[in-house]
Design a protein around this ligand. Structure first.
Ligand SMILES: Cc1cc2nc3c(=O)[nH]c(=O)nc-3n(C[C@H](O)[C@H](O)[C@H](O)COP(=O)(O)O)c2cc1C
Ligand code: SF4
Ligand code: FES
Length: 548
């Protein structure tokens, strides 16, 4: 805490910004000054603290007391009661939903208690606009360690041994990717950070860039050293203005402090980062489409091989990693590959950040060790299903992912276990549904998204997704036919096999898994013209009463 008696951390992630946290920050600065506390109390704007549904949030350290749903008119009371008189403002404390008891400390709340923060280690704790706060938490020490005491091979070896796998969706071993890029002979080489994050409902990458942009810049420089590149690009969508603003400022600060630029730490290593803004097409997150887009071309995927590690940006060797993947790197260097590998399962190491949404009581950003069960995520961290309803299904991995029914609540969330049941970890979107969700309509929603985001380059995806969508719409309107399920399954399998890129190859997943696990519900729509959730308006909610 240095010279400060207390820190007032006002969450300024995009969620809290949209709930008016800036006025709260200003009110704190004003009141702290009015009460003569400006030498003792520091008011800091942070990135997302995590439990966005409780925002605007204010965390007071060193006590670790969290106030939720704070309004500007509450600030005077917090300053007088908490900061001057040492008393808690009970009405603004989080209350346990089952007991109604106040839980003052953030660390005691179920939502935070079971998390393990590696990627989000600084989010919500530091001012992302101030490089000194990052440096004070060991920032850029991993880069200095790498440049002054490790060979390129040692860095790559550490990433391989950590077991880190790409967090952008496919889960490819990161160290191996670094090794391939380092082995490519052609120069120059590039490091690209994929911050496109087009999955609806997912905001992990945005939050890391908003809350801890330096961790990604530092990791990109480390990757540059490891593969022999001196230029990096962050590809980020235009819909993320706050992340772009904070990342731009962080890049400028890193240059001023000579963590970027020429001759970093006097070691002769040069590295710089630039931002490239995407227009917001889901397919542009696919790595080869992303490269086209950076080059100023239409964001359409290219056939692979050649892979970007051999022939990437401008036809030169390129390493592409996701934001969350990068954010793990400085910790792996500083704490060691073995430390990192202690978290997670045998083949899925470390943690994963999920954007927990839907019918759970606590929603927001959560980071848990790989292998945590869905049940723990939903019931321990998420606080269970809202309004006493029943869990119906979880959609993991966004529109490319799969739908997991209640019978698999105890399956550990890791790459292999989810693949076995037809789902994926994906980028980390996690939508929980209850009995009020119609599973056919749910599949239709995702297909509507992927179909409209298909770039149209290859017919199986362009036409096939359209046909699937038409059938799903028909079923939700009560015009389903007996052979529709066979037709859907056949179409899905063909598209998966024939599509050029991951968008088409994964688009059928929500349909296939919902048919697999909720076939009865599809049949009810088709045969009985009945939608048990009452979502499909042209169908009956209650089954027809049989009169014998
Ligand atoms: C349609 C589609 C969209 C994708 N969107 C993203 C994205 O927004 N962010 C991301 O990091 N990876 C995305 N990916 C995965 C990337 O192609 C690539 O695998 C990833 O950026 C590699 O980084 P990683 O190894 O660190 O995961 C997408 C893939 C597909 C097929
Ligand atoms: S699979 Fe779909 S998104 Fe991918 S290249 Fe083909 S048409 Fe485009
Ligand atoms: S944006 Fe404030 S808690 Fe997420």
């Amino acid at each position: 805490m240095n010279q400060w008696r207390a820190q007032v951390l006002v969450c300024a992630g995009a969620g809290c910004v949209s709930c008016g946290c800036r006025a709260i920050r200003d009110a704190f600065r004003q009141k702290v000054a009015r009460h003569g506390l400006q030498q003792e109390v520091k008011v800091i704007e942070t990135g997302c603290i995590g439990s966005c549904n409780l925002g605007p949030l204010v965390l007071i350290n060193p006590e670790g007391v969290l106030y939720h749903k704070v309004a500007p008119q509450d600030v005077e009371e917090i300053v007088v009661e908490h900061l001057l008189n040492g008393r808690l403002v009970d009405r603004l404390l989080y209350k346990d939903p089952s007991t109604g008891k106040a839980i003052p400390k953030m660390e005691d709340m179920d939502f935070f208690k079971y998390q393990q923060k590696i990627v989000l280690r600084n989010c919500g704790l530091i001012d992302p606009n101030n490089i000194e706060e990052y440096v004070a938490r060991d920032g850029y020490r991993a880069l200095s360690t790498v440049l002054t005491s490790m060979t390129r091979e040692e860095v790559i070896d550490a990433v391989i041994r950590s077991g880190l796998r790409g967090r952008g969706g496919a889960g490819f071993p990161t160290g191996l990717k670094w090794k391939f890029a380092s082995q490519s002979r052609e120069t120059p080489k590039y490091v690209v950070c994929n911050a496109d994050e087009g999955d609806p409902g997912a905001f992990m990458d945005r939050s890391v860039l908003e809350g801890d942009p330096h961790s990604v810049i530092e990791a990109m420089a480390i990757a540059g050293y490891a593969i022999g590149a001196s230029q990096g690009y962050v590809y980020i969508r235009a819909e993320y203005p706050l992340a772009i603003e904070r990342l731009s400022r962080a890049i400028e600060q890193a240059r001023e402090h000579k963590y970027l630029g020429k001759n970093i730490f006097g070691t002769g290593f040069d590295f710089d980062v630039e931002i490239r803004i995407g227009a917001g097409a889901f397919v542009c997150g696919e790595e080869t489409a992303l490269l086209n887009s950076i080059e100023g071309r239409r964001g359409e995927p290219r056939p692979r091989p050649p892979f970007p590690a051999q022939k990437g940006l401008f036809g030169l060797p390129t390493l592409i990693n996701n934001v969350e993947t990068f954010a793990n790197i400085p910790v792996i260097i500083l704490k060691g590959a073995d430390w990192f590998a202690r978290f997670g399962t045998e083949k899925s190491k470390g943690t994963k950040v999920f954007a927990l949404a839907g019918s759970v009581i606590n929603t927001g950003l959560v980071e848990v060790p790989m292998g945590t069960t869905l049940r723990d995520l939903v019931y321990k961290i998420g606080g269970g299903i809202k309004d006493g309803k029943k869990f119906k299904a979880a959609q993991t991995g966004g529109p490319s992912g799969g739908c997991i029914p209640a019978e698999y609540l105890d399956v550990p969330i890791d790459y292999e276990s989810l693949a076995r049941i037809g789902a994926i970890v994906g980028s980390g979107g996690l939508i929980i549904t209850d009995e009020d969700t119609c599973i056919v309509d749910f599949a239709r929603f995702f297909m509507d998204f992927t179909q409209s985001e298909s770039c149209g380059k290859c017919p199986p995806c362009r036409i096939g997704t359209k046909r699937i969508l038409e059938i799903l719409v028909r079923i939700t309107q009560g015009r389903g036919k007996e052979d529709d399920l066979d037709r859907l399954e056949e179409l899905c399998v063909n598209i998966k096999d024939a599509a050029l890129c991951g968008l088409g190859q994964t688009a059928p997943n929500p349909v296939l898994t919902t048919i697999k696990y909720f076939r009865d519900e599809y049949l009810e729509h088709i045969r009985d013209k009945h939608c048990r959730a009452g979502v499909c308006k042209r169908l009956r909610k209650q089954p027809a009463v049989k009169i014998s």
